[in-house]
Design a protein around this ligand. Structure first.
Ligand code: CAA
Length: 389
């Protein structure tokens, strides 16, 4: 019989600050209903000056390393599209902050918001090769668009950490999966820019085509029929996108969906993302966390996971909930991570958005603002200095 391999533990973190869409709409004149209903967003996480993808990633993974024996972790994969260096993997700072042993390989992977799902698949292959090993897969991103652009309301930030192992406590990742790649310029960020460029409407169309493409491949590979799935977690650049995606999936299956049914199918997956905003690589895993933390009993049920990264690569994969999974969840910690954020006003948000890190190679200390366990203390000789807060 096949060895079960999948997600043994799941934890996420976000930033210390939050900007409400009500505050944004008061200043830019947008009807709040466009945010709350049109895109399905209520707030977005904003990093302090001393938070970045490394501090969020370490904060997401720390509880996992505390709960399990870290000496089985032989690989750390960090997926991001907010990379801080062209050469060194951000995961090495995380490895250091977490006090992991030297006997760990660390790499960074990138393919827009899809990266962490590639990391998850690579991890299952490594565990298959040696079931005694575990792999820590971390997704960490800060979503940034230009001020006053249409993308602005879909910013956010978070990190999700997954421990991948044999005989997993939470979710077995099944085979096959469905893939869909298409060379398209729907969303990208050239190396010289700190904000993404996007063809908004085209990106939505590309995402929906990828839903259909990945689902068709999943079928062609001999995947489960639609009726076998109890729930669906979609990549959520904004939560309304999950609604559009699920409607498209049903249409691809020849089902004429009614809005209420689509709404209720995805309702349990949007709770974190609607207040965290787009966290790119982490987004689908926050949707999964929301579903697991929602309290429904899903033991033995199949979930559909749809991961999309602009540019574009998409994958539809199926997971099955393991007996007893509810005893291993982190709902209280997740809800606290979201609720303890400090609300900022529009002026503070604009200031933080316009702030850039100095590039002169000098010594710069950063103000201690984070409420999290790790911080970016400063810059020295073109190096980032991290510390336990
Ligand atoms: N009340 C209720 N609803 C309203 C409204 C109001 N007063 N005003 C507008 N709306 C609705 C619109 O009807 C529209 O609904 P539909 O999508 O169902 O048509 C929705 O609100 C959005 O309105 P617009 O299309 O006018 O909004 P926009 O021009 O501001 O653009 C966006 C929206 C394209 C998503 C933009 O926010 C954007 O570019 N975001 C970044 C890109 C993105 O997230 N793309 C998603 C797919 S790509 C991906 O998934 C990868 C990734 O993470 C980036």
């Amino acid at each position: 019989t096949d060895l079960a391999i999948g997600i043994h533990d799941l934890s996420f973190s976000t930033t210390s600050l939050v900007l409400g869409h009500d505050e944004l709409s008061r200043h830019n004149g947008t009807d709040i209903a466009k945010y709350h209903k049109g895109i399905g967003q209520r707030a977005m996480s904003v990093p302090t000056a001393d938070e970045d993808i490394v501090t969020m990633a370490a904060a997401a993974a720390a509880p996992i390393v505390q709960r399990h024996t870290a000496d089985r972790i032989r690989t750390l994969v960090l997926a991001t599209e907010t990379s801080i260096d062209q050469s060194k993997a951000a995961g090495i700072y995380v490895h250091s902050l977490l006090g992991l042993p030297p006997q760990v390989r660390v790499v960074e992977v990138k393919q827009a918001c899809y990266g962490a799902t590639a990391g998850l698949q690579f991890a299952t292959a490594l565990v298959h090769r040696d079931p005694a090993q575990q792999v820590l897969v971390i997704a960490s991103d800060v979503s940034r668009y230009d001020l006053d652009s249409p993308g602005e309301a879909t910013q956010g930030a978070a990190a999700a950490a997954l421990l991948v192992s044999a005989d997993p406590a939470l979710i077995e990742i099944d085979r096959p999966s469905g893939l869909f790649t298409s060379d398209i310029m729907d969303f990208w960020r050239p190396n010289y820019r700190s904000t993404a460029l996007v063809n908004g409407k085209e990106s939505v169309t590309a995402y929906l085509e990828a839903v259909e493409g990945a689902w068709r491949d999943y079928n062609a590979q001999g995947g489960l029929p639609l009726e076998e799935f109890r729930a669906f977690c979609y990549h959520q650049p904004y939560t309304r996108m999950a609604f559009k995606a699920h409607r498209r999936l049903l249409e691809a299956c020849g089902v004429q969906p009614d809005d209420a049914a689509v709404e209720s199918a995805i309702a349990a997956t949007t709770g974190y993302n609607e207040t965290v905003g787009n966290s790119y690589t982490a987004s689908m895993y926050l949707a999964l966390a929301a579903l697991l933390d929602s309290g429904s009993e899903l033991t033995g049920q199949s979930l559909g996971l749809f991961s999309y990264g602009s540019g574009s690569v998409a994958e539809f994969l199926a997971g099955r909930l393991r007996p007893g999974y509810r005893e291993h969840l982190r709902g209280d910690a997740h809800r606290e991570a979201v609720s303890k954020r400090r609300a900022i006003d529009y002026g503070t948000y604009r200031e933080l958005h316009e702030r850039t890190l100095p590039t002169d190679g000098g010594w710069h200390d950063l103000p201690h603002q984070t409420q999290g366990p790790f911080r970016l203390a400063g810059l020295r000789d073109h190096q980032r200095i991290y510390e336990t807060a």
